[in-house]
Design a protein around this ligand. Structure first.
Ligand code: SAM
Length: 374
């Protein structure tokens, strides 16, 4: 969850799809009612919610082939055993979220195209008239599946592509080459044209870093030449994970060492151009790697009112930046989502954000989070 810097990501397409979903489904009225309640609760910052999350991310796998340099998975960090969501478990999750969900993203930490049944899963979500999205690096994409992908009805296809040249692309994904990814994009766009399909809305997800900031101005033209849109996004350095080793145990290093590591990451990865960098990271790089005092830099966050991430083992997490298994809020295979959504951990997370939680409350991720997981 980082800040968008600019792009063409289709809001109108999303509104049209939302209209179709609400009017074309027997759950339409319940979803509208849920959306209204959700908006009211988010505005009032209620701790106990009568709505369920409208935005659901389902991690169909936490296996990834990307090797992204700043991503904890690419760095080889392990928070839980790796695996693929079983079909029956996927259906059990969908049964719970279908009446209220308006959006289902079928990815989190891992690449969704590695799941052998990903296209069946997309079709399953679409059969329930829910807007659905995947984000993928396209390395596991098979060109012969292009028409199948388009026919699933997938609404939104984000392609992680963080460089327009082999050099800048490989700075973030050193194990891969750009050329095959571009070929795959062309294959998907051609399949859409052949089938006369307006979906999926394909766009490049371009994380702006020191290695590609010189290409930012060319992204719109580059994307247009491919026949796709684009979304420029701020990078996360995942600084919060620095104190931990690959098994997510504390490394026991002191603040002086952490500051050196933070500054080194900031200098190697943050764009030089300040407007691509948020206030928190600007502080880190102008204060020798020190973090702002708690509360000094805050971003508004409504995640615990609106969204939920369900990991491959059923653990429910607060948002897509929540990596550590210890930050799980409950398990959807052990208790209903409605119960987890209002348990003491969730209520504490909401109270922490609105600043009314008792200090003695249980530890939750939101306690230390400035509103974006940075
Ligand atoms: C962790 S990836 C997993 C999905 C898939 N493997 C992919 O590459 O799109 C989920 C999202 O995180 C984004 N992402 C990767 N590295 C990032 C970073 N350092 N800061 C912010 N977002 C990042 C990706 O572009 C992608 O949209």
């Amino acid at each position: 969850m980082t800040r968008p810097i600019g792009g063409t990501e289709g809001r109108t397409a999303r509104l049209h799809a939302a209209y179709r979903e609400l009017t074309g489904s027997r759950y339409g009225c319940r979803r509208v009612a849920n959306a209204l309640l959700e908006a009211a609760h988010a505005r009032l910052r209620s701790a106990y919610l009568s709505s369920l999350p409208g935005y659901v991310a389902i991690e169909v796998t936490n296996v990834c082939n990307g090797g992204c340099v700043l991503c904890p998975v690419g760095q080889g960090r392990k928070s839980r055993p790796v695996g693929f969501l079983a079909w029956d478990d996927f259906c059990r999750i969908m049964d719970q979220v279908t009446p209220s969900a308006r959006f289902v993203g079928l990815y989190n930490w891992g690449d969704p195209l590695l799941h052998p049944r990903i296209y069946d899963m997309i079709e399953y979500v679409k059969a329930r008239n829910i807007f659905t999205k995947i984000s993928t690096n396209l390395h596991a994409f098979r060109p012969e599946d292009a028409e199948h992908l388009v026919r699933t009805g997938l609404d939104d296809l984000a392609i992680s592509l963080h460089g327009l040249s082999e050099e800048s692309y490989r700075a973030y994904q050193p194990r891969h080459r750009l050329a095959p990814v571009l070929e795959n994009i062309k294959t998907i766009v051609a399949a859409k044209q052949r089938l006369g399909s307006p979906t999926p809305d394909v766009h490049l997800g371009f994380i702006v870093t020191r290695h590609n900031e010189h290409e930012v101005d060319r992204v719109p033209e580059f994307a247009a030449a491919l026949g796709v849109g684009y979304l420029l996004e701020e990078t996360s350095l995942n600084l919060r994970l620095l104190p931990y080793d690959r098994q997510m145990n504390l490394r026991g290093i002191d603040e002086a060492m952490l500051r050196r590591e933070r500054l080194d990451l900031a200098n190697r990865w943050l764009p030089k151009e300040d407007s691509y960098v948020n206030r928190y990271y600007r502080y880190v790089r102008t204060h020798d790697g020190a973090l702002p005092a708690p509360g000094q830099v805050r971003f508004s966050c409504t995640a615990p009112w609106r969204q939920v991430v369900i990991c491959v083992d059923g653990d429910v997490h607060l948002c897509c930046g929540s990596f550590d298994r210890r930050h799980g809020m409950g398990n959807i295979f052990e208790e209903p989502l409605r119960q987890i959504w209002n348990n003491v951990l969730y209520r504490t997370a909401r109270r922490r954000i609105r600043g009314t939680a008792r200090v003695s409350g249980p530890p939750v991720l939101c306690s230390d989070c400035p509103g974006m997981l940075l």
